[in-house]
Design a protein around this ligand. Sequence first.
Ligand SMILES: *[C@@H]1O[C@H](CO)[C@@H](O)[C@H](O)[C@H]1NC(C)=O
Ligand SMILES: *[C@@H]1O[C@H](CO)[C@@H](O)[C@H](O)[C@H]1NC(C)=O
Ligand SMILES: *[C@@H]1O[C@H](CO)[C@@H](O)[C@H](O)[C@H]1NC(C)=O
Ligand SMILES: *[C@@H]1O[C@H](CO)[C@@H](O)[C@H](O)[C@H]1NC(C)=O
Ligand SMILES: *[C@@H]1O[C@H](CO)[C@@H](O)[C@H](O)[C@H]1NC(C)=O
Ligand SMILES: *[C@@H]1O[C@H](CO)[C@@H](O)[C@H](O)[C@H]1NC(C)=O
Length: 382
Amino acid sequence: MNKLILNVLFIAIIICGVVNSLGFTSTTTLIVDVTQNNQYPKYGTCGTASKTCNNIQDAINYYNRISQNSNIQQLNLLLADGVFNNTNNFIEFKKFNTTISPLNVGSENVIFDGSVGTKSKETLFSFVSSTIWITGIQFVNFQSESSLIYSESGQINIDQCSFKNVSSKDGTVYLKSSNSLISNTIFTSNSVKKTSDSASVISFFTSYTNKFIISKCQFNNNVALNGGAIYAKNTALITVPDPLVSLIENTLFNGNVASGKGGALYTDNILLIVDSNVFTNNTSPTGSIINLNNGLMNITSSSFYSGTSLNYFLSTIIYTTKSDLNIDDSTFDRSFSVAINCDSSTVITQNNNLSLRLVCYNCISIIEGTQDCQGVPKNLDY
Ligand SMILES: *[C@@H]1O[C@H](CO)[C@@H](O)[C@H](O)[C@H]1NC(C)=O
Ligand SMILES: *[C@@H]1O[C@H](CO)[C@@H](O)[C@H](O)[C@H]1NC(C)=O
Ligand SMILES: *[C@@H]1O[C@H](CO)[C@@H](O)[C@H](O)[C@H]1NC(C)=O
Ligand SMILES: *[C@@H]1O[C@H](CO)[C@@H](O)[C@H](O)[C@H]1NC(C)=O
Ligand SMILES: *[C@@H]1O[C@H](CO)[C@@H](O)[C@H](O)[C@H]1NC(C)=O
Ligand SMILES: *[C@@H]1O[C@H](CO)[C@@H](O)[C@H](O)[C@H]1NC(C)=O
């Protein structure tokens, strides 16, 4: 008898599992319009075209109520044009998937403005264990004591957004054990508190089982202590057989500044492919463009142009420690007197377009594909 019940239960559980794994997703779409002042009770129904939710928190409250104990899994938030102020900050999305996008497809008038309302310094959106798509939203003028967007143990996809004048302690977008795909997005004049050691505009803390992809983005004039635009660190203590490889491609890094290391990028214990990017006018005292520790970086088909380091003689554009660095098919601007400092690292360069010789020093070994990387610093012939 007991056994029968157990068997029935067991089969029921399997059926549930199969149904779930077949991907039946129940989708709820809610419209939010901050220009309306609709009446509904707390946790009450809102989000239809005739009774839009007045803000995102109301939509989440309602969604949490109807999704309890059911298999509703996907929430689509459609935002009508308007300015979302800083009053209802810290919205937590837990364990359900969400899309956030303009109601009017292609609109550039869905704006989150941190300078309007009660200047909250909390995180704006926090996503935990969920898959998120944020598309076509503008974020401006925030000051956060943590990060603006936080994603943990999930997958966050940001497309066609912009982030401007966000200052934070931990980064504009903070990824903790989370995968991310950030595309067609522009980050301008964002900054991270200089005292926070390990943060940047995009901060990535993870193990080998997560990766980030940045594609067709722009990072302009962002400022941090280490990694003016991106700080990425693998926090895992052990290696895994097939570690994930992160990617930055078709992206422009212009005018980013790190007061510590890595004007544009700082990586630690990360495997990263840097393909078809343009770097202009990035600065830092150590590694004016890139600082790389304990990792692998493959740079291909990228261009490096100087800016304020124009007059620096033997300016170290890439500083690598205990790493493997491969640079292929890339162009280095003539105005650089470029050097790569490779403490305990191996550098391989091939087929690069160098107006000047690239100087590598302190390397364990240098493999000179086309004789473009010299072993010791020497005077450069103009
Ligand atoms: C969220 O989306 C991911 C990827 O599409 C999917 O694997 C997962 O099951 C979804 N989660 C929920 C709670 O619907
Ligand atoms: C901020 O938004 C809330 C609702 O989202 C609204 O009630 C309030 O009037 C707004 N405040 C300002 C200053 O715009
Ligand atoms: C940047 O954002 C802060 C905080 O909201 C605001 O006080 C400041 O005026 C903004 N700066 C610019 C240049 O818009
Ligand atoms: C280079 O970047 C710095 C810092 O963002 C900026 O102040 C400067 O104007 C830029 N120079 C050029 C030539 O763009
Ligand atoms: C990095 O480049 C080297 C040399 O071209 C290559 O052997 C290696 O497979 C590349 N690694 C990745 C992760 O692409
Ligand atoms: C090398 O770079 C110079 C300018 O930096 C450019 O004019 C030239 O076309 C490049 N050559 C190749 C083969 O890419």
